[in-house]
Design a protein around this ligand. Sequence first.
Ligand code: UDX
Ligand code: ADP
Length: 467
Amino acid sequence: MNFNSIKNICCIGAGYVGGPTMAVIAEKCPEIKITVVDVNEERIKAWNDNNLDNLPIYEPGLKEIVQKTRGKNLFFSTDIDKGIKEADMIFISVNTPTKTYGKGKGMAADLKFIELCARKIAEVSTESKIIVEKSTIPVRTAQTIKSILDNVGTGVKYHILSNPEFLAEGTAIDDLHNPDRVLIGGDHDSKEGQDALDTLTSIYEKWVPRERILQTNVWSSELSKLTANAFLAQRVSSINAMTALCEKTGADIEELARAVGTDTRIGNKFLKPSVGFGGSCFNKDILNLVYICKSLNLNEVASYWEQVLLINDYQKYRFADNIITTLYNTVTDKKIAFLGWAFKKNTNDTRESAAIYVADYLIEDKANIYVYDPKVEHPKMIRDLNELNTRDSSINESSLSPVDDPYLAVKDAHAVAILTEWDEFIEYDWEKIFSIMKKPAFVFDGRNILDSKKLTKIGFKVYQIGK
Ligand code: UDX
Ligand code: ADP
């Protein structure tokens, strides 16, 4: 196969990875027809909505690309069988959440959706295909897919590639347009395997310089994705661990980060202190890494990576606990305004967001929380809290009030907590906010985005991370 032989791509899974990735491939390869399929009818309906503001995923720049390509060479459908049958190449972009039951509960990645995809492909395919693993998966998953395809299938030939996605939410389109690298794992040792690697490479070469496309064996590619995420999360936990020490010693975390980050061996990116990292990947991937290490009896390696998560939990707890301690050791019946619920700015994704855990802790102390987030839908916030299973859902519903107007959230509040670093929070009229809050008016800036000197001058009592 080569680039010219790929006329039809099918992507299974229309989520945060599959949707934006396929939109960009469609934009860059107008000669290829791309169909994104999903079992979730509502999601597909939203992808096909005439009003592009209703797309199921918010990403800067996404709707413009969907507008250009949808109905031309980009299609969204629930007809999974047809999508698979017609395709020369299939991307698997389904979710691989942490298992919530049985063997590996709370740690291992749940591969049931991947397995269902492999079985479906084996069942309906009639011609040879290249299968591309896009979802983040444990090392050696390609073996599972291959075993199913070879044993369930009808003699059709498959080539399996690993092509992990490194895009970060909120900057997905930029990351896809201009990736640091594209990683493709395959079977170098056979002619057919190399052909499959080169075919996928030729698609990316349409817009990515060849030297940034790395070909490796499948296992290196699968494990590189887990390793990259573990290293990134480790950096955030490293800087967050130092925030606790800064607060006790009079050192300033921003100055520390600048001083450390100017060492070119360390680098200055990803050293932003925060209330704790969230997102669909870091927690899940490290749990998965720890599980794999434990299964292979590498207990010291497992404990090393586990610490990254323990520090992250500690950071969220420390932030919430500081709110209670500062508000005279109780938040019972006090109104706390949350600005932000998403796990980072420029996304409507809330998976593993620190806000959920901080809210849970404060509700345990009977706080009344009012939340404003510019992109997250209100019912999602309540669902996030209920999924923790900490208490009866009726208590969550009466303790957490999502609102559409930030000034409504802060009115009569005892404290404001910044949970997400949305730019608009910086521009708010903080004099007005001060005037409508209860006094003393506290601000807990979990992202260090506000000008604490200016706020202190207005009259606020300001707490930032690592200061
Ligand atoms: C991450 C990886 O960056 C990406 O390569 C991978 O494909 C998926 O996982 P994502 O989770 O979308 O991407 O966002 P990222 O920008 O990595 O942020 C993750 C979390 O860490 C966020 O909650 C963010 O606020 C936090 N963070 C990040 C910090 O607290 N400080 C930092 O310096 C950087
Ligand atoms: P990610 O962040 O990895 O993209 P999401 O949860 O946003 O994860 O998206 C994964 C998508 O995959 C969901 O929309 C889900 O409905 C879809 N999906 C899961 N299993 C299957 C399946 N067997 N067939 C088709 N779609 C699936």
